[in-house]
Design a protein around this ligand. Structure first.
Ligand code: ADP
Ligand code: MG
Length: 507
């Protein structure tokens, strides 16, 4: 398996990227495929996807009775085994880090005090957090179902401890999600599509390159552990959902998995408005809705301002946070996942406050440059860097869910407009990761299949359950791979620019 040959571009990866001369990973088999082979395997793969629940409802043609297959790449994407093993081994430590951050009031306060002056959404979350904190947190146990997203980044040969041998790439973290970390079903099912495809292409000898992926079982196992910790066999698990769920397979399969593991546990689905209208707290803070007591709340909504239509939905969020239900995430976990907190975590010496020296070193290797835009000398320097070299960075507001970040020339425009205003403190600046390119076939409903140049982002799931003083469990719980056209900044699967994928490990 070839990889970037660092000498071919003298380490000038950005220029090489533009010229597409460098940083190419070989695909898992020679491409292109002969046309008749391609047509036949695509038809088979589409059917496999539809018949195994790799489906979505589309935003532009919403119809609750219809599923399309989710866009996917025909072949698994090459990913170096060394890096894959490194990041999955680190995940239990990343979980513990996020758990400890979430429970460190002073750290959260210092990290977010400026952000909440200018970002009204984060400020509302902060107010809920301080309200429940002052009242006394009813439920000490939190369930983290986190997903650490990483991309491969190009190194120069031997430039760091991690790339002494080819391929000269290493993983850098894009973000850690602490709320609504999706694709626990889509991740494993993408691997299943690729096993089937490689089998049908008569390449069984390649199957051992596809790693096991038990994301769905792991995440649902986490919810079941939390349900057990609540200690009421009659109470239910509630999925907090959006008004319309487009990514329905990635939620229903979680329900079916919980049913498979524990037929005695019931799952209900409610949105914020329904909780506001039909839910209530008992005097001892049990959350009751439609006659059911809620043991665990699994958030698949509530992470963006649009989910809160009015004060009513904010009241519902407050009631949930006040309740005895075990939340994934609790409000402090949600805050720990903000972009601002993550930028602060990457600051000098911070990891050592939360992890042992050796753990801090390993986790630190995942970070790329993250810069404060606070109105300080340090922030001024970052503003200047962003204006002078916008292509080297990504500008991020405090939002989740894709499509909010700012890239390229627009970074310069935004920073020039905001540089003298407090509003700049709502953003952080981050080094732009330039992953190596490879080729793959993008398969989308009603569209011609095309061979495209693509880049991938690996999501590593983790489950962590515990209180402020004790962690009961912390584990790696499977993974997912999303791949997008190398020409786009962000590749949302529902937006059609990104698609499901799985990893093909190579040595
Ligand atoms: P969100 O919370 O919206 O998912 P992310 O920080 O994960 O925010 O960014 C969304 C997408 O933008 C990522 O999936 C990735 O494709 C791209 N992206 C984010 N940060 C970087 C970065 N530092 N370098 C390159 N691409 C990035
Ligand atoms: Mg993301």
């Amino acid at each position: 398996m070839a990889s970037c040959n660092p000498s071919c571009c003298d380490g000038n990866f950005e220029e090489a990227d533009k010229a597409k001369r460098c940083s190419v990973l070989d695909s898992c088999m020679p491409l292109p495929l002969p046309e008749e082979v391609l047509n036949e395997i695509v038809a088979k793969a589409k059917d496999y996807a539809l018949l195994h629940g790799a489906g979505m409802r589309y935003r532009d043609k919403y119809d609750a009775d219809t599923l399309y297959f989710a866009p996917f790449f025909l072949l698994p994407s090459a990913f170096p085994r060394r890096e894959f093993n490194r990041v999955i081994k680190l995940q239990p430590i990343v979980n513990i880090l996020m758990h400890r951050i979430a429970h460190d009031h002073e750290f959260l306060k210092n990290a977010l005090e400026k952000t909440i002056q200018v970002d009204s959404f984060t400020a509302r979350l902060w107010n809920i957090y301080t309200t429940v904190r002052e009242e006394g947190i009813a439920q000490e146990v939190s369930l983290g179902l986190v997903r650490s997203d990483v991309m491969l980044t190009q190194c120069q040969a031997g430039c760091c401890q991690l790339c002494q041998t080819p391929p000269y790439v290493t993983c850098h973290q894009v973000e850690v999600n602490t709320i609504a970390s999706g694709f626990g079903h889509m991740g494993p099912i993408s691997g299943a599509i690729h096993r089937y495809v490689l089998g049908e292409l008569r390449k069984p000898e390649l199957l051992h390159h596809l790693p096991e992926n038990d994301a769905l079982a792991g995440l649902c196992g986490g919810m079941i552990s939390a349900w057990e910790a609540y200690k009421n066999p009659k109470a239910v698990i509630m999925f907090l959902i959006e008004d319309i769920t487009y990514n329905i397979c990635d939620q229903r399969f979680h329900e079916y998995e919980i049913r498979r593991q524990r037929p005695d546990i019931h799952v209900i689905r409610r949105n914020l408005t329904e909780i506001a209208e039909r839910g209530h707290l008992t005097s001892d803070k049990r959350l009751i809705i439609d006659g059911d007591e809620v043991a665990v709340i699994y958030f698949r909504a509530g992470y963006e301002p649009g989910h809160y239509h009015s004060e009513k939905e904010w009241d519902a969020r407050l009631s949930m946070e006040r309740s005895l239900a075990i939340k994934s995430p609790s409000i402090q976990y949600h805050l720990a996942g903000t972009k601002k907190v993550q930028q602060e975590i990457a600051g000098p010496g911070v990891l050592k406050k939360f992890l042992s020296e050796s753990e801090a070193e390993l986790v630190g290797q995942l970070f790329t440059g993250l810069y404060t835009l606070d109105r300080t000398a340090e922030g001024d320097r970052a503003v200047q860097m962003g204006i002078e070299n916008p292509d080297r960075f990504v500008l991020k507001p405090q939002r989740e869910g894709g499509g909010n970040n700012i890239y390229g020339a627009e970074i310069k425009e935004v920073l020039e407009r905001l540089k003298d205003s407090q509003e700049r403190e709502a953003y952080i600046l981050m080094d732009r990761i330039r992953p190596p390119i490879q080729q793959n076939y993008l398969v989308r409903p009603h569209q011609q299949v095309s061979l495209a140049e693509v880049v991938s982002e690996l999501g590593i799931f983790g489950v962590v359950l515990g209180t402020s003083s004790e962690i009961f469990e912390s584990s790696y719980s499977g993974h997912m791979l999303r791949t997008k056209l190398s020409s786009v900044n962000e590749g949302g699967v529902a937006a059609g620019l990104g698609a499901l994928d799985s990893v093909f490990l190579f040595d």
